[in-house]
Design a protein around this ligand. Structure first.
Ligand SMILES: *[C@@H]1O[C@H](CO)[C@@H](O)[C@H](O)[C@H]1NC(C)=O
Ligand SMILES: *[C@@H]1O[C@H](CO)[C@@H](O)[C@H](O)[C@H]1NC(C)=O
Ligand SMILES: *[C@@H]1O[C@H](CO)[C@@H](O)[C@H](O)[C@H]1NC(C)=O
Ligand SMILES: *[C@@H]1O[C@H](CO)[C@@H](O)[C@H](O)[C@H]1NC(C)=O
Ligand SMILES: *[C@@H]1O[C@H](CO)[C@@H](O)[C@H](O)[C@H]1NC(C)=O
Ligand SMILES: *[C@@H]1O[C@H](CO)[C@@H](O)[C@H](O)[C@H]1NC(C)=O
Ligand SMILES: *[C@@H]1O[C@H](CO)[C@@H](O)[C@H](O)[C@H]1NC(C)=O
Ligand SMILES: *[C@@H]1O[C@H](CO)[C@@H](O)[C@H](O)[C@H]1NC(C)=O
Ligand SMILES: *[C@@H]1O[C@H](CO)[C@@H](O)[C@H](O)[C@H]1NC(C)=O
Ligand SMILES: *[C@@H]1O[C@H](CO)[C@@H](O)[C@H](O)[C@H]1NC(C)=O
Ligand SMILES: *[C@@H]1O[C@H](CO)[C@@H](O)[C@H](O)[C@H]1NC(C)=O
Ligand SMILES: CC(=O)N[C@H]1CO[C@H](CO)[C@@H](O)[C@@H]1O
Length: 636
């Protein structure tokens, strides 16, 4: 039952199955003036719509400026400009970067506008999507060498892209910000990156360090973490040239007084220097922090915006009482405490409208549903512990973790559909096995949770389709469970994609395939109390594992083909059967270990290796030889 007992082993699974899930666009890194060369490296790139290009600056003082092809070294009206980025550091790029987003595939022409030593004229130019004939990068460079003195936007401010400076909060466990002495332009974003253990960034005045401004000002709130870097970022925007003063409000070890303070655009002379501020902070009274956070900036954790630290978006006090915790998965058949039912939004029914008997098929389905509920609960309960009180607390807003807690309780209540029914008809109940989950961080957890929930949905559809005639009383309880799982899929999908539109698809998955995936991926072999032929569930045999992998094609954001990996003992003519929503199934041939993805599929899709094509979902088990596996295809 050890959640993390086999992280190393499980990582191999995680890499192949996690990689394909998150829709992504390409991010290109360009070095500006590296090694003292007056160059952009790479000099040209080919990029698609939606891709991003991040420019990294090296000594001494360069810029990224857009021109037209016809007029090199002169700024294009309406074009982008990074502002100049002076830096002396020979060993690392400046913490200031400039990022542009590619909006179309027309050529983009770029130069460094530093006039000292005529950088542009010396060949410090760059292009995105330059033609290979006609207006080439070489033609552009040749024209630049003859251009008149370089120009750049008169106000010197960044435009058309994101100029961002990273500040490390508590590098190497030191009580400081690196850098604490920041020079920034109007429009620039300062991004604070949090490290252990429990720091904050709060704005103060010069004269009253370690205490928040009386009105306005920013505060990240406390960001407790054990991971370095934590993935927690607090972004503020510099709106004017006035000096900005900030501090860490942690009172344990009096961080502010110990010198954990900093400034943006502090005067370098006169009374109000950073040195003077550090001196004042050393004598300040015990630190304080505004009651609400984050304010005045945006806090994200691995891409998820944390709207309110402590979350008052939804009223969760009614749902989760202080003693409603499920720290371990109780064995099937254990009665559920009233407060856990309350957390779920209600207890299991007292009357299932039982039929006079139960069919062998229904017993078999309920046993598998219970088996899968046990796997899901183990993942949810452990993940929920980590989200609420463990290392992932404060990652998601309180209202989201409370909803996950509530849905975890709901999954426990819904397991009773199987346990109550099996015990009503005196059928044996499958107990808990030992499980392995490929989970090393919260993103992996979300992937595992969503995969298991989609398997549940696929299995419930299969059960309903098969039992509607023999055991009609079961349809309603199964539909309740399906509804609960679909709500949870939407929630988890939202946590995974970091966007509001949650659109998981409900594919109908034959029971044997659901069993195969769950057993192959999450169950320790031979660890289940009911020993079937293969050490798993009696009556079920897991097919060999199948891995479908490939990133989306850059630009389209779509997975158009997959590489198909399966045991070499499987030979002959093979197909992938794709299980889409609305009970659809489509077949594509496997050619040289590859198979294309039907163009009408989107979201998460299940694929199965088969040795014949053309049948419906009901016929699938006659031809399935390995799998299934889940693939992220594209945004719906
Ligand atoms: C850049 O500078 C390094 C070291 O000075 C040199 O070895 C390298 O060839 C230069 N690269 C280019 C593209 O000029
Ligand atoms: C960087 O170069 C720009 C343009 O030449 C100049 O205005 C600015 O003063 C320079 N900054 C530093 C710190 O040298
Ligand atoms: C250069 O950057 C590296 C990495 O951020 C840092 O460790 C080093 O102290 C910096 N050197 C100078 C001279 O600022
Ligand atoms: C893409 O469009 C945005 C919004 O209009 C604009 O700010 C940005 O400069 C454009 N990117 C490029 C590379 O032109
Ligand atoms: C972080 O520090 C604040 C202020 O000292 C404290 O209230 C909070 O409980 C700490 N959080 C954790 C998880 O230690
Ligand atoms: C901050 O940087 C300025 C130069 O920009 C320098 O004059 C000053 O001494 C620095 N202050 C500290 C405390 O590092
Ligand atoms: C900049 O202005 C925005 C919008 O008014 C505000 O939210 C933010 O806190 C300001 N930044 C700073 C550093 O004050
Ligand atoms: C929480 O626990 C306390 C003490 O055991 C008990 O009195 C109370 O009824 C419980 N609350 C709920 C909602 O079950
Ligand atoms: C049980 O399911 C099998 C196939 O899944 C079917 O052939 C059989 O008719 C079902 N039995 C009953 C009693 O419905
Ligand atoms: C954010 O992602 C990093 C890298 O994957 C990981 O180490 C870290 O644990 C994640 N943060 C959280 C809170 O899960
Ligand atoms: C399979 O597809 C991948 C990516 O689409 C491609 O790189 C590879 O060459 C293909 N392999 C074969 C044998 O066609
Ligand atoms: C990061 C984190 O909190 N991990 C914990 C998750 O939960 C398991 C068991 O519930 C703990 O063993 C981990 O330490």
């Amino acid at each position: 039952m050890s959640f993390f007992s086999s992280v190393v082993l499980a990582l191999a699974v995680a890499v192949s199955s996690v990689a394909g899930f998150t829709p992504y666009s390409q991010v290109y890194q360009v070095q500006v003036g590296a090694n003292g060369n007056l160059t952009f490296d790479p000099e040209t790139i080919v990029a698609n719509v939606g891709d991003q290009v991040v420019y990294n600056f090296h000594p001494k003082n360069h810029s990224v400026t857009q021109s037209s092809f016809q007029d090199p070294c002169h700024d294009l009206p309406g074009g982008f400009f990074s502002g100049f980025v002076p830096t002396d550091n020979l060993t690392a790029a400046s913490p200031t970067t400039f990022t542009i987003t590619i909006n179309d595939t027309k050529p983009i022409w770029v130069y460094c506008a530093q006039t000292e030593k005529s950088h542009c004229q010396s060949g410090m130019v760059h292009a995105i999507n330059a033609p290979t004939t006609g207006n080439t990068i070489d033609a552009f460079k040749a024209a630049a060498s003859k251009a008149s003195t370089s120009t750049s936007p008169a106000n010197g401010l960044p435009v058309g892209g994101l100029r961002k400076t990273s500040v490390i909060v508590s590098p190497n466990d030191e009580l400081q910000y690196s850098s604490n002495n920041i020079t920034a332009l109007i429009g620039e974003v300062i991004e604070f990156s949090f490290n252990p253990a429990n720091h904050s960034v709060v704005q103060s005045s010069f004269g009253d360090p370690c205490h928040p401004l009386s009105t306005g000002g920013f505060s990240s709130g406390f960001v407790p973490t054990e991971v370095a870097p934590s993935g927690a970022l607090f972004d503020i925007v510099v709106n004017d040239t006035k000096p900005i003063w900030f501090y860490c409000a942690q009172t344990k070890k009096t961080h502010c007084q110990a010198g954990m303070v900093g400034s943006i655009n502090a005067p370098t002379s006169g009374p109000n220097t950073l040195e003077a501020f550090i001196g004042l902070a050393a004598k300040a009274s015990l630190s304080t922090i505004p009651p609400a956070a984050p304010i005045g900036g945006i806090l994200t954790v691995n891409g998820t915006v944390v709207a309110t630290d402590g979350g008052d978006v939804l009223d969760s006090s009614k749902v989760v009482s202080a003693n409603s915790t499920i720290s371990v998965v109780p064995p099937p058949g254990t009665s559920i405490p009233p407060d856990v039912s309350g957390m779920a939004g209600g207890s299991q029914p007292s009357n299932y409208n039982w039929g006079s008997s139960i069919s062998a098929n229904a017993t078999s389905f309920l046993t598998l549903i219970l088996f899968l509920d046990n796997v899901l609960l183990e993942a949810l309960v452990n993940g929920n512990n980590n989200l609420t009180t463990g290392g992932w607390s404060n990652v998601y807003p309180q209202s989201i973790t409370d909803t996950i807690s509530s849905m975890t309780a709901q999954a426990l209540v819904h397991r009773s559909t199987s346990t109550d029914s099996l015990s009503h008809y005196n059928k044996p109940m499958v107990g808990l096995c030992s499980y392995n989950f490929p989970i090393s961080n919260v993103d992996d957890f979300v992937v595992v949770a969503l995969t298991l929930i989609l398997l549940e949905i696929g299995l419930l559809l299969d059960a309903m389709a098969n039992l509607v005639l023999s055991d009609p009383w079961l349809i309603s309880p199964l539909a309740s469970t399906l509804g609960s799982k679909a709500r949870m899929a939407g929630m988890v999908n939202m946590m995974q994609d970091h966007v509001v539109a949650a659109a998981p698809r409900e594919a109908w998955i034959p029971a044997d395939l659901v069993y195969s995936y769950a057993y192959n991926h999450y169950v320790v072999p031979n660890s289940c109390p009911m020993n079937g032929a293969t050490g798993g569930l009696p009556g079920y045999t897991a097919l060999p594992s199948l891995t479908l992998s490939n990133p989306p094609v850059s630009g389209t954001g779509r997975v158009t083909a997959v590489t198909v990996s399966y045991p070499s003992s499987i030979t002959g003519t093979l197909f992938i059967a794709w299980l889409g929503p609305w009970g659809s199934v489509e077949y594509t041939p496997v050619v040289n270990g590859n198979s294309s993805v039907p163009s009408d599929l989107s979201g998460h899709v299940w694929g199965v290796l088969t040795n014949a094509s053309g049948g419906s979902v009901q016929d699938l088990m006659n031809v399935a030889v390995a799998g299934p596996d889940m693939v992220w295809v594209t945004n719906p």
